[in-house]
Design a protein around this ligand. Sequence first.
Ligand code: FPP
Length: 267
Amino acid sequence: MPTSAPSPPRPAPAQEPPPLVPLARVPVHVAIIMDGNGRWARQRGLPRLAGHRAGTENLRRVIRRFGDYGVKFLTLYAFSTENWLRPKREVEGLLRLLRQVIRRELQHLHENGIRLLHIGRLEGLPPRLQQQVREAMDLTKDNERMTLTIAFNYGGRAEIVDAVRRIVAAGIPPEQVDEQVVAAHLYTAGLPDPDLIIRTGGEMRLSNFLLWQGAYAEFYSTPVYWPDFDEDDIDQALLAYSRRKRRFGRLPEDESDYPQPCGDGHR
Ligand code: FPP
């Protein structure tokens, strides 16, 4: 856990973001566990919901920065299937914030070529909110600059359960079920797997986020609380990613005993 000393207030966001740093490699898909809103609020003697509100105010800057780097898919974990267990007041506040964010940001997202998607159990949300989410996805469905996916009422295990149910309901025989079939029945069907999963707030857990899709994602944790996660922190995360050697279960080329590729894979 980060220290409890309040971080000094960060300067107000500049009009012009700092210049991008040169990167050897940019991830196609970044997914973020936005943690630390509660602690951010507590440090300031504010109610937890004030932290969540500050978290929503950080969305624009983060989306813009990743977009400027050319990240094509950004997925944000906003509410888990387990978050219903939080106090009623906080749950209601988070539902209200999602409504407000869509109302406030939709036009801006649309004008900037961003396609909005939702993953999770939409049917578990209040009907008016479901409708609002569907309309937002419909409005932005042809946008191509970036796909912004909001995981709300999302759980990785629930997603796999739902995929199994769909596969069974579709009558697919067991011998035809392979990884492609499973992936095609997840909420994320059609999206590439995340290359980089970032967690703010200092913890080192996946917390039921993209369990299937994150199999080979690079994980990056920063102690910075979500409302403070700014351009500089994004640059650091992307720099760390660009230095990682991704192996996908293979040996790095310079450590292999065999000439690559090694034929039928049984040598
Ligand atoms: C975790 O912080 C954060 C959440 C449960 C909610 C994340 C929500 C937002 C950033 C705002 C809503 C965003 C959208 C898109 C509607 P925490 O409360 O667990 O923080 P703590 O670990 O410091 O207590």
